[in-house]
Design a protein around this ligand. Structure first.
Ligand SMILES: C[S@@+](CC[C@H](N)C(=O)[O-])C[C@H]1O[C@@H](n2cnc3c(N)ncnc32)[C@H](O)[C@@H]1O
Length: 501
């Protein structure tokens, strides 16, 4: 009787807190009440069904509050305890399903929703919707078939489509070519355009930087955003032992040669451990170590969305995030993959055909610039010296001095001079030609812009059109030498890439 009265009082106080959105206090309130219930359960009233019902309800309510605060492991623990008391408790089954969905356990989430739906005769449209969502995400996570076409055709308006995490034909191995530490490798021959990895950010920091003249400097705004990003990331890592474990697998930039090579299954939805109690051993939250990890592994969030693109054409937008599996991908100035940011997800797909066993690389920054400028960017922003094939070739080339001279006088005719030297003096092969053209991209852009102007007043329409078409082909082939050709099969992706390039 006493418990029922206390439960009644608790419900009224909990409703007040719920209206105030004070979830922290709500959790504290239920934690005190759950301890009280457990005290009674361990005493004479242990077998009382009413008490068990009250305890189950309290655990379920605390689980919901923890889910709101993104404490997924804590919420999952509460659900499990509630379901031990009542395996068909509807609210708990739905809450557990949502938690599993958040942990990318799509089929287990669908099972929970099905169990909740069964006593309702299968007729609840909301639960049906949740099951359909899980099935769609499960199919994506198994096949890598993501369809962004509708969102693209709508001009990136509204929320980006919901995406599953996906690990394609790749594995983590020790890298000999690029990084030296670990890298991601193709497990089989891969066709250009194939989706390789889709991974959700642990946390993203986003904001619009102040316009010039605003009292707050752009640097100041970036610092505020960074601080907020780090705080949220530490919070996420502190709440979830799995997240912390996976973050600790990433490089701090020190002794990369000696770092262990993690099993790719840790990152595969439905395969890695999802609950804290499935992980052995404890690791403390080490802020210094995490800061070093963030320094080495964070990527700029090059988000595509109507909202972002609408703001000064995306000019003031600044975003930074940590994507776990993508953090194993090394940089190359001659990459074979490219990345795309959709919502909180990062999509990596092959930008050209890749051979089985080849390392997957994407550019950390724009690589269409000369070696010296690439080196400056690397040293300034990334703090490493690239060891990719293109950098090694350009550094070792006998005509490196001549190239530097050309770079200093980057004028439109330079593209013609370079073409001539490559064909007649240096006898450069076609792959290396692509490297050099990419390095002097700016000069080629200037040359082609000038040509276009010339074409405006020369020749008839048909001739102009034919030339333009040929020039476009040459243009694409040059770019393809470094960035790879765009997806053949995935029409949606092609549109998307075309729209943002
Ligand atoms: C995001 S991590 C990439 C994965 C890392 N190799 C590992 O073992 O965890 C970035 C770090 O990898 C190394 N790295 C990546 N690309 C490189 C490259 N092209 N040349 C040399 N080092 C590279 C650098 O140490 C860099 O700080």
């Amino acid at each position: 009787m006493l418990m029922e009265e206390e439960a009644q009082q608790l419900r009224s106080r909990a409703t007040e807190l719920l209206l105030l959105d004070d979830w922290e206090e709500y959790i504290r309130l239920y934690t005190r009440f759950i301890s009280l219930c457990l005290h009674h359960v361990s005493g004479d009233a242990g077998g009382d069904p009413k008490l068990q019902k009250i305890l189950c309800g309290a655990l379920s309510n605390r689980a919901e509050a923890r889910l709101r605060l993104r404490d997924l492991p804590g919420a999952a623990g509460d659900c499990d305890r509630a379901l031990d008391l009542d395996p068909s408790h509807l609210k708990t089954l739905i809450c557990k399903g949502k938690i599993l969905l958040g942990l990318d356990r799509y089929s287990s989430a669908a099972d929970c929703f099905r169990r909740a739906l069964a006593p309702l005769g299968g007729s609840d449209p909301a639960l049906r919707g949740l099951i359909d969502r899980c099935q769609k995400l499960e199919a994506q996570s198994k096949t890598g078939a993501f369809d962004l076409s509708q969102w693209v055709l709508d001009g990136f308006k509204g929320d980006p489509p919901e995406l599953a995490e996906y690990v394609g034909p790749v594995v983590i191995r020790r890298s000999v070519g690029c990084g030296g530490g670990r890298g991601l490798f193709a497990t089989r021959n891969i066709e250009s355009g194939t989706m390789l990895v889709v991974t959700k950010a642990v946390v993203i920091g986003r904001g619009i930087l102040p316009e010039p003249g605003n009292p707050m400097s752009s640097e100041g705004a970036r610092l505020v955003m960074w601080k907020d990003f780090v705080t949220r990331l530490l919070d996420a890592a502190g709440k979830c032992r799995r997240t912390l474990r996976l973050i600790y697998l990433l490089s701090t930039g020190e002794d990369e040669e000696d770092l262990p090579v993690p099993d790719i299954r840790l990152f595969v939805p439905e395969q890695g451990p999802s609950r804290d109690d499935e992980l052995s051993g404890d690791q403390a939250l080490d802020t210094d170590r995490i800061l070093k990890i963030l320094d080495v592994n964070c990527l700029a969030d090059e988000a595509v969305s109507a909202k972002v693109l609408g703001k000064n054409g995306g000019g003031g937008y600044h975003g930074v995030g940590l994507w776990l599996l993508a953090s194993f991908i090394n940089h190359s100035c001659n990459p074979n993959a490219r990345r795309l940011h959709v919502g909180n997800h990062l999509l990596v797909h092959a930008s050209r055909d890749i051979k089985g066993g080849e390392e997957i690389t994407f550019p950390y920054f724009d690589v269409l610039m000369p070696l010296r400028k690439r080196r400056e960017t690397m040293a300034g922003t990334w703090g490493f010296c690239c060891r990719c094939r293109r950098c090694q070739f350009e550094e070792a080339a006998a005509y490196a001095g001549e190239l530097r001279e050309m770079e200093e006088s980057m004028v439109p005719e330079m593209a013609a001079r370079l073409e001539e030297a490559m064909a007649k003096r240096w006898v450069v092969k076609s792959k290396e030609k692509a490297f050099l053209r990419a390095s002097f991209w700016e000069a080629y852009t200037a040359t082609y812009a000038t040509e276009r102007e010339v074409r405006k007043w020369r020749g008839g329409f048909r001739r102009r059109w034919r030339r333009r078409r040929a020039s476009r082909r040459r243009w694409a082939a040059m770019r393809g030498g470094v960035y790879g050709k765009v997806a053949k099969k995935q029409a949606a992706m092609r549109i998307l890439l075309g729209a943002i390039s």
